[in-house]
Design a protein around this ligand. Structure first.
Ligand code: IMP
Ligand code: MG
Length: 177
């Protein structure tokens, strides 16, 4: 297996700064902003992002089930760990590592909207527009739009591994090669 460097640590840092600057500006008048990271993939991005925020934010996490690529029937999204906070009246910003089909975030938006947040917006480090199956998903903050390649690192995994890489790479070949 060969990992081809795709987005460097320096490029990641610059992009996170850019996103954080926008968030700082957009939420400067917010009284209760909560950043909700989707585990496990959002961990490095979330940690970098919140340290660049100059707002008194709350943070929380959710874990949702992921589904296999090949099993269309199992593509329902379930909450495995819900957040701790009651978000009623909060400005909620969901942080995700990557949006692929958009099914995960569509479901989360549907669930969280029912909890009466003041506002609900999405932030993702990566997005693969070519793979989108959900047409009406509005994503306010996107780090990079990338082509349809399988990427790893900076929170993104292949079969649970490689999340720790400080850069984002493209996997070439499978583990056997
Ligand atoms: P969606 O519901 O198809 O948008 O799924 C998004 C989730 O799929 C992400 O949170 C990742 O866990 C996973 N995913 C999608 N594309 C990749 C990739 O290229 N590398 C690693 N994980 C990915
Ligand atoms: Mg994920």
């Amino acid at each position: 297996m060969v990992i081809e460097k795709f987005i460097t640590e320096k490029e990641i840092e610059e992009k996170v700064t850019e996103l954080a600057n926008r968030i700082n500006k957009d939420y400067r008048d917010s009284e209760k902003l909560i950043i909700v990271g989707l585990l496990k993939g959002s961990l490095p991005f979330m940690a970098d992002l919140i340290r660049k925020l100059e707002l008194p934010v709350f943070i929380d996490f959710m874990t949702v089930s992921s589904y296999g690529e090949d099993t269309v029937s199992s593509r329902e999204v379930k909450i495995l760990k819900d957040m701790d906070e009651n978000i009623m009246g909060y400005d909620v910003l969901i942080v995700e590592d990557i949006i692929d089909t958009g099914l995960t975030l569509r479901k989360i938006v549907e669930i969280l909207k029912n909890r009466d947040p003041k506002s609900l917006k999405l932030c993702t480090f990566l997005s693969k527009p070519a793979r989108r199956e959900v047409a009406d998903l509005k994503v306010e903050y996107i780090g990079y739009e990338i082509p349809d390649e399988f990427v790893i690192g900076y929170g993104l995994d292949y079969a649970g591994r490689y999340r720790h890489l400080s850069y984002i790479g493209i996997m070439k070949g499978d583990e056997a090669n």
